[in-house]
Design a protein around this ligand. Sequence first.
Ligand SMILES: Cc1ncc(C[n+]2csc(CCOP(=O)(O)OP(=O)(O)O)c2C)c(N)n1
Ligand SMILES: [Mg+2]
Length: 325
Amino acid sequence: MLNDSTFPKNNSNTNSFKLAQEVIRIRLSQMLINELIKKKEFKIPIHLAFGHEAIAVAISNIMDKDDQLVLSHRNIHYNLARLKLLKPELDEYYLKKSGLAKGILGSMNLANEDKGIIYTSSILGNNLSVAAGLALGKKVKNETGLVTVVTGDGAMEEGSFYETLVFLKSNSLSSFIIVENNDWSLATSINERRSHIDIEKLCESIGVDYERLEGNDVYAYQKKMIELKKYAIENKQPICIEVNLTTLGFWRMKTNEFPLGKFVNYHAGNAPDINLLDSYNFFIIDNSEKDPVYVLKKYFDDNLINETSKRILNELKCELKEEIK
Ligand SMILES: Cc1ncc(C[n+]2csc(CCOP(=O)(O)OP(=O)(O)O)c2C)c(N)n1
Ligand SMILES: [Mg+2]
């Protein structure tokens, strides 16, 4: 697959380098926000999405004007990918009037209609039903465009996940249901809290097409999403896309059973083990395929990625000159 002509070579002067830059920009934007959360700058909880950058960039990049995106509590990666600016998002987290949503929506409900993010809800499962209604609305009004809804492996335990799949299929509605499967919901891994759900088989039983994405490769993801979008629109079908990913970061929860602290995957607030340093490869969190930024090394050499990251970090710091004095 890597020999495909749509995949970039080690060259920053190509259009496709933009995808890599986007992944890096979203990583660094979050690192800057993480440092501010550590300083207890915000009154509201913020769910970072380190490790989720590749799918957000791919989805944002394939969106057309008439497409609609519906998000959940962990939405920072999509909001940053759509807006392409950090300052209005940060002002929103400060609940300032100058914020993206005038300081009214905050973090967990942050939508941006101008950029196609029609609705975002902190109520798990609620966004699925809303997306189903939006998709039906497009059909009855004879409007074009694809509705994409994003959910987690915890939120998909809500009945509305099943209902939405049945509804979208029954009404032949072009749509994507993206399951960001990070194996965690709050402080429990899937194994700890429930029996395994085979999403592929569940979809098969309803007749909904299913696709799994893994590997955190933004180029592979974008190529696949373009194919899937064409299929969903031409065939008027929903497609459920399970994205296996790791939310990078962790903390330790002290319990009687685990006096030294039980490993808990990052959920919200600051990611204490992630630091914005000024060293070589400072933007990489995990030297493995778990990290979409590390995966960029398949295509570009370390030097190019490092220099690009430094440039983007400087641009972001200029954008935020007030906030990070
Ligand atoms: C209806 C409802 N129940 C419970 C919660 C509390 N809650 C907030 S986030 C969360 C975990 C969600 O897990 P998942 O959907 O896998 O998303 P992740 O945080 O792992 O990205 C829970 C239980 C909620 N917001 N809404
Ligand atoms: Mg989860």
